[in-house]
Design a protein around this ligand. Structure first.
Ligand SMILES: [Zn+2]
Ligand SMILES: [Zn+2]
Ligand SMILES: [Zn+2]
Length: 318
């Protein structure tokens, strides 16, 4: 029971840090809650480990050996325990479902707070607490068969509940302001959901007074947490990259086509092939083939004219 107890205590201490008036404790709140959540995951792996296996599933190194009956068996080796990535891999094998996207969000914010911007901690900490709450609640009930209120105590659990309620409300208001906008492109409708404030990293962004997106026109946004105002153009490349990261990864590993590229007209990385245009400047480019050899032209070649780069280089030599 030691892992579970440590996990619960870390989360309780984290919530106390979070409730403290001292903004410097925000960092320690995040660290404690995240560490506690990982301990709950490890508790599950400990419970799944066979007896006398030295808690094989929570160890980074697993060693095969032959037991007394000459049967193949596995034992944990060393003191190092699994990291987030390994937990994820092992859970996959056992069919344990966790909202890894949320875990990743929390982990990214945690790293950013620890290494770069201590001052941004207060504005994103509600998001971290709210997202951890959802993960921890589901995990305790589904996989640890523990009643969360009993496990964490009423006081700590109430902090979770209240924070989640406030955060969900703010998040909903932010989403509603986005839903009112006609984003013109399907890809943009999805991509803007990845948006974060360039200053404090909060995802609670509000659209100011615009109901239709037009390429080349300003679209003002403001952060509900730090009040920073910015233009969609400042963050659009990052939103598109986040949205299409999975497809880009497949393009690299499986040799497919990149889902987007640099626009030859405005230079931003926002020429999206599924839209056949650049969603920042509106430059359109249907697929073209070389007038000489008939091979398909890439966006840059098509921007230059009707001829592939090879045949262009030949004609330049004349
Ligand atoms: Zn902000
Ligand atoms: Zn463009
Ligand atoms: Zn050609």
């Amino acid at each position: 029971m030691k892992i579970l107890k440590n996990g619960v205590e870390a989360i309780q201490i984290g919530l106390e840090d979070f409730k403290s008036e001292d903004p410097r404790r925000a960092q320690s709140a995040v660290r404690n809650i995240f560490a506690g959540m990982l301990l709950l995951f490890k508790e599950k792996l400990r419970r799944l480990s066979p007896e006398d296996s030295d808690e094989v599933l929570i160890k980074q190194r697993i060693e095969p050996f032959l037991d007394v009956n000459d049967e193949l068996s596995f034992k944990g080796k060393g003191d190092k325990t699994v990291d987030v990535y390994q937990i994820r891999e092992r859970f996959k094998g056992f069919g344990i479902a966790v909202d890894w996207k949320a875990v990743e969000d929390i982990n990214k914010l945690r790293n950013a707070i620890e290494h770069y911007y201590t001052e941004m901690a207060p504005s994103v900490i509600n998001e971290i607490v709210s997202k951890s709450f959802g993960i921890i609640r589901d995990f305790c009930v589904k996989y640890l068969n523990e009643e969360p209120v009993a496990l964490f105590g009423q006081q700590a659990w109430d902090i979770f509940l209240e924070t989640d309620e406030v955060y969900e409300k703010e998040k909903k208001e932010s989403e509603e302001s986005f839903a009112k906008v006609d984003w013109r492109y399907d890809i943009l409708t999805e991509a803007v959901k990845n948006m974060r404030c360039p200053k404090c990293q909060s995802e609670l962004i509000q659209v100011t007074d615009v109901n239709k997106y037009e390429p080349n026109e300003d679209l003002l946004l403001s952060c509900r947490k730090c009040n920073f105002e910015f233009d969609l153009a400042d963050v659009i490349e990052e939103c598109v990259a986040d949205e299409l990261a999975g497809e880009s990864y497949l393009a690299v590993t499986d040799g497919g086509n990149d889902p987007y590229t640099e626009c030859p007209d405005c230079g931003k990385d926002t020429f999206v092939f599924s839209e056949e245009c650049c969603i920042v400047c509106g430059y359109e480019q249907e697929s073209k083939t070389c007038a000489v050899c008939g091979t398909g032209l890439d966006v840059d070649e098509a921007y230059e004219g009707e001829i592939c780069s090879y045949h262009r280089s030949l004609s330049d030599m004349d």
